[in-house]
Design a protein around this ligand. Structure first.
Ligand SMILES: Cc1ncc(C[n+]2csc(CCOP(=O)(O)OP(=O)(O)O)c2C)c(N)n1
Ligand code: SF4
Length: 249
């Protein structure tokens, strides 16, 4: 029998706790495959956030460190500065990264820290019960916006990739999605590039991955993939916002 797929070495055997249909698992898998393909598992140090991916340290089969709410880029900065030869990444949700951790990510990018951030944007606070996040869309119903997000009251959803791509220290910023297989393959390519640029010492790299939260969106997994496609893609366009080639680095 031909083996067509096997679990990446960079994932442990631990069964993930994510809800059925949650795409956090897919994003873990492609990140782990990238580590395998680059042969960097032994030299990679990941920083887990708060949020549903708080337990990422149980799943990635590399050295992992936990950081308090939003502080993953600061922790990763310290780790990378004392271990410049290691590959260092943060894995962060939108509540963690774009809310209480907003300043951390802006300054890590501005400083051009040679780390990689995998930023999982599912437009809601997943772990804490589905409150409105900085990334929740206009009119999106959440537990704290039961009539839908009102821009006059709550402001506009933050486009993190566009915002960070104004900072010269950020050398590679790309937004991808995981709502179908072709997009998952593209997402993996982007994460691989981000790690490669980091290993080349180019500067700060971030891949924003549009992701689902069927539990708190209150719809089933298949509908969630459609919801992402129909609602998130128009507001959060996919594509490259910054690359070393464009910046001549
Ligand atoms: C220091 C600190 N402040 C607040 C919290 C509460 N908290 C835990 S998870 C979370 C939201 C995380 O949501 P997100 O980053 O969007 O990730 P998701 O769960 O959607 O993957 C919050 C506010 C916490 N755990 N620690
Ligand atoms: S609450 Fe949402 S983000 Fe968290 S594991 Fe469940 S589906 Fe995923």
């Amino acid at each position: 029998m031909v083996k067509v797929w096997e679990k990446p070495e960079s994932l442990t055997d631990k069964v993930m706790h994510y809800c059925p249909g949650c795409t956090h698992g897919i994003i873990h898998k492609i990140t782990a495959e990238v580590m395998d393909e680059l042969g960097i598992r032994d030299k990679t140090i990941g920083v887990a956030p708060v949020g549903c991916s708080v337990l990422a340290y149980n799943y990635f089969n590399c050295d992992m460190q936990q950081a308090a709410h939003g502080r993953a880029p600061a922790v990763a900065t310290g780790i990378k500065r004392v271990n410049p030869d290691n590959a260092v990444f943060t894995y962060q949700g939108d509540g963690d990264l774009a809310s209480i951790g907003a300043a951390e990510i802006v300054h890590a990018a501005a400083r051009g820290e040679k780390i990689t951030t995998v930023f999982v944007n599912n437009a809601i606070y997943g772990m804490t019960g589905g409150q409105m996040a900085p990334t929740s869309l206009e009119k999106q119903v959440t537990t704290t916006s039961p009539y839908g997000r009102d821009l006059d009251h709550a402001g506009h959803p933050i486009k993190v990739s566009e915002m960070l791509s104004t900072l010269p220290g950020a050398v590679y910023i790309e937004r991808v999605s995981v709502h179908d297989v072709p997009h998952i393959l593209k997402a993996k390519k982007a994460i691989k590039k981000a790690f490669e640029y980091q290993l080349e010492g180019k500067g700060f790299t971030l891949v924003e991955v549009l992701s689902t939260c069927p539990t708190n969106w209150g719809i089933d997994p298949v509908e969630s993939l459609d919801w992402l496609k129909d609602n998130m893609l128009p507001y959060y366009p996919l594509g490259n916002f910054r690359s070393p080639e464009k910046e001549g680095k």
